[in-house]
Design a protein around this ligand. Structure first.
Ligand code: IMP
Length: 218
């Protein structure tokens, strides 16, 4: 593990929670198996990550780079917690935000080709301390490609925060600096993570059902 800090590890045996125990939008109840990570737990873990980021990157201006679209919820909540720390402690970090949009997935499979399909001009990152905020590291290919791309713009420092990291034999071995949860090799949706653009409008992170995959297939 490249990161020195532990994260919450969700074991392969973890079954999650029955959907009936939580509030799920009616339009998704037949498309999901289980609630895997409830929204409240995501927020509590994110609050702690904000503290760790402040500790490691504090003292310098940070450019927080949101990887769209999947990273937008984590990005917004993480920045809210960093802002709360900035308001309430003696030390504070000025922060600006940037956005990049990447696409590599169709259905639940990586296409193997990572495309930058929008976002800000990356030359603004030259000489800056950059915090990349991503939803999930699966094989790690997307992040490795993005890090290579950023290198061309000579940032002063680059750190990566990912809400989730998947335990998968397809991993290229990449591990981010800050990780919320390590999850089994299952396709998860919700909290802005999508399946062909669906399920971003779901608060909890859930496992999609086979019928859900079929219904929203591209
Ligand atoms: P990687 O290049 O294989 O690491 O894939 C990373 C990207 O794939 C993420 O930014 C997501 O957009 C997408 N992805 C991978 N696994 C999942 C998943 O379980 N749910 C939703 N999106 C996923």
């Amino acid at each position: 593990m490249a990161t020195g800090r532990p994260c919450i590890v969700i074991s392969d045996e973890e079954q999650g929670y029955d959907l009936d125990l939580f509030c799920i939008p009616k339009h998704y109840v037949n498309d999901l198996e289980r609630v895997y990570i409830p929204h409240g737990l995501i927020l509590d873990r994110t609050e702690r990550l904000a503290r760790e980021i402040m500790c490691d990157m504090g003292g310098h201006h940070i450019v927080a780079l949101c990887v769209l679209k999947g990273g937008y919820k984590f990005f917004a909540d993480l920045l809210d917690y960093i802002k709360a720390l900035n308001r309430n402690s003696d030390r504070s970090i000025p922060m600006t935000v940037d956005f990049i949009r990447l696409k590599s997935y169709c259905n639940d499979q990586s296409t193997g080709e990572i495309k930058v399909i929008g976002g800000d001009d990356l030359s603004t990152l030259t000489g800056k301390n950059v915090l990349i905020v991503e939803d999930i590291i699966d094989t790690g290919k997307t992040m490795k490609t993005l890090l290579q791309l950023l290198k061309r713009y000579n940032p002063k420092m680059v750190k990566v925060a990912s809400l989730l990291v998947k335990r998968t034999p397809r991993s290229v071995g990449y591990r981010p600096d800050f990780v919320g949860f390590e999850v089994p090799d299952k396709f998860v949706v919700g909290y802005a993570l999508d399946y062909n653009e669906y399920f971003r409008d779901l608060n909890h992170i859930c496992v999609i059902s086979e019928s859900g995959k079929e219904k929203y297939k591209a």
